[in-house]
Design a binder for this molecule. Structure first.
Ligand SMILES: Cc1cc2nc3c(=O)[nH]c(=O)nc-3n(C[C@H](O)[C@H](O)[C@H](O)COP(=O)(O)OP(=O)(O)OC[C@H]3O[C@@H](n4cnc5c(N)ncnc54)[C@H](O)[C@@H]3O)c2cc1C
Length: 477
């Protein structure tokens, strides 16, 4: 065996439980790890809205993750080649320059992800071996073909729970036998098309996380064992503020810095050593939601992105740019929604509850094309994942995997999940002095109250952009 294998890292930026890396090491004498900052994405605009596809916070998170991967490869005598450009030419060019006999790469769902690069490699006569590695349940272990994956979650989950085992995660390799390589530096944000002044180095609380496998494994240990938060996950997961109401694993899972099987391994250990309850089950249940969307995208391909979704519903979506902008900027006049949108802009994160409400407001209340909202999230989320993002958006917009009406009563949700208006006051500082009832519904203040609290509607904080009584039922009325 004197083979050289090129390992093209994509959204699998880790050395633990990385079957792609493992296969390359097991099958070859020399392994050349490669990461490409794909210029078809970095610095490019979204298809639907005037936003970068990858906002500066995520660009920075990716850089940190690549740096950490390089460090972890170096600890194993390896090196990482880093390139910037179009993978369709870079992968085959690098493969030829290092005399690679085979390219190993992660296989991902997604219409853009498939085919083009793979064709370019195969067209140059280089062997290509792709590996589906990012889901909890391996694609080969599903009890059905991908084309037969059910379009509703519960029956799919039931059948997977009944007849698919989660594989044990692989240990990291002891060494990565890389030939002498000039690894090349990680491009600066400015080289990736971001302004030097972008606030990329200082993410605001509550997402003070850094990219990379090391930080991911540390967070896993901290959340589950040190802080012992898994015990109550099911009760706390609808929280809005702080690091510990939910796991915050998502940015690392999305880039593959953390393997979902490594998470379930920790859950299993926690169940053996501490407690086995609804909460420990529920974290794995949520990872199955994540899997479900991956397999849905693999099944439906381009139909996933249609205005009418996989069910091809006929809906005349509104495409009012200025209304959309108010939503993006957190200026809708609905504080719960505005808090969520301002949090997203500042941190690259929103809780699941905040996402559901902000998404429902756009798609169900304003009836604006859900894909515009999804594109905004694509730009800003640290944890952006094509399948989870567009899948959840379609689900909320009523064009996805479930036929039920998913419209949220944003006022009821605000009072229920943010009873003291702590979340609203954290992200909408204009309203900081208002009592909770008014912080959620400032339009209820009369002129005297507006003067007393120093918030004049339409001047200090916007009037609601739709009539609240026409859309929502306030629990306080
Ligand atoms: C409109 C909308 C857009 C979303 N976009 C994304 C996205 O781009 N990327 C993303 O990872 N999640 C997305 N989600 C799902 C979910 O909101 C986040 O995964 C979760 O809030 C991340 O925080 P956490 O890691 O603390 O979650 P936890 O509650 O701790 O959950 C653990 C893990 O389970 C997975 N998970 C939980 N809920 C979901 C879900 N509904 N769908 C898919 N996976 C889930 C995530 O990987 C998460 O890290 C979206 C949800 C909505 C409503």
């Amino acid at each position: 065996m004197t083979e050289t294998a090129l390992v093209w890292f994509r959204r699998d930026l880790r050395v633990h439980d990385n079957p792609t890396l493992r296969r390359a090491i097991d099958g070859s004498d020399r392994v050349v790890p490669l990461y490409i900052f794909d210029t078809r994405r970095f610095g490019q605009s979204s298809r639907w809205i005037d936003e970068p596809r990858i906002g500066p916070l995520r660009a920075q998170f990716v850089r940190e993750s690549v740096r950490d991967l390089r460090d972890r490869l170096r600890e194993r005598d390896g090196e990482l080649l880093v390139r910037r450009g179009d993978p369709r030419s870079i992968v085959p060019d690098v493969a030829e320059s290092v005399d690679a006999d085979v390219v190993h790469a992660q296989r991902l769902p997604g219409t853009e992800e498939r085919a083009t690069v793979e064709d370019a490699i195969v067209d140059r006569g280089i062997d290509l071996s792709t590996h589906w590695t990012h889901t909890l349940h391996a694609i080969e272990d599903l009890p059905m073909a991908v084309s037969d994956v059910q379009d509703t979650f519960t029956p799919w989950k039931d059948s997977v729970e009944a007849s698919s085992r989660v594989r044990d995660p692989l240990d990291p390799p002891a060494t990565v036998p890389t030939p002498d390589l000039d690894g090349s530096p990680i491009p600066a944000l400015s080289e990736l098309g971001y302004d030097a002044g972008e606030p990329a180095d200082e993410r605001d609380a509550p997402m003070p996380v850094s990219g990379g496998e090391s930080a991911a494994l540390e967070r896993l240990e901290t959340y589950v064992f040190e802080r012992d938060r898994l015990r109550e996950y099911r009760e706390t997961r609808n929280g809005l503020l702080g690091m510990d109401f939910s796991s915050k694993f998502s940015p690392w899972l999305a880039l593959g810095c953390l393997s979902p099987r490594r998470v379930t391994q920790a859950v299993d250990r926690y169940e053996r050593e501490r407690v086995d309850n609804d909460s420990t089950y529920w974290l794995v249940f949520e990872l199955r939601w994540r899997d479900f969307f991956q397999f849905q995208l693999a099944k439906h391909g381009a139909a996933y992105f249609r205005p009418g979704g996989i069910r091809n519903r006929e809906i005349a979506w509104n495409r009012d740019g200025s209304a959309f902008r108010r939503w993006v900027d957190g200026e809708t006049g609905f504080p719960f929604v505005d808090a969520a949108m301002r949090e997203l802009a500042a941190t690259g994160y929103q809780s699941n509850r905040a996402r559901q409400n902000a998404a429902s407001f756009l798609a169900n209340t304003l009836r604006i094309d859900w894909r515009w909202g999804a594109a905004r999230y694509e730009s800003r989320l640290l944890d952006y994942d094509v399948a989870s993002n567009y899948g959840n958006w379609a689900y909320i917009a009523g064009v996805g995997t479930d036929s039920r009406d998913r419209a949220f009563d944003v006022l009821w949700q605000a009072h229920n999940y943010d009873p003291d208006a702590e979340y609203v006051r954290r992200w909408v500082p204009e309203l900081v002095d208002l009592p909770p009832r008014y912080a959620h519904e400032p339009w209820r203040m009369d002129a005297d109250e507006q003067a007393r609290y120093g918030v004049e509607l339409g001047i200090d904080y916007p009037q609601p952009m739709v009539d609240p009584t026409a859309h929502f039922e306030s629990p306080s009325s």
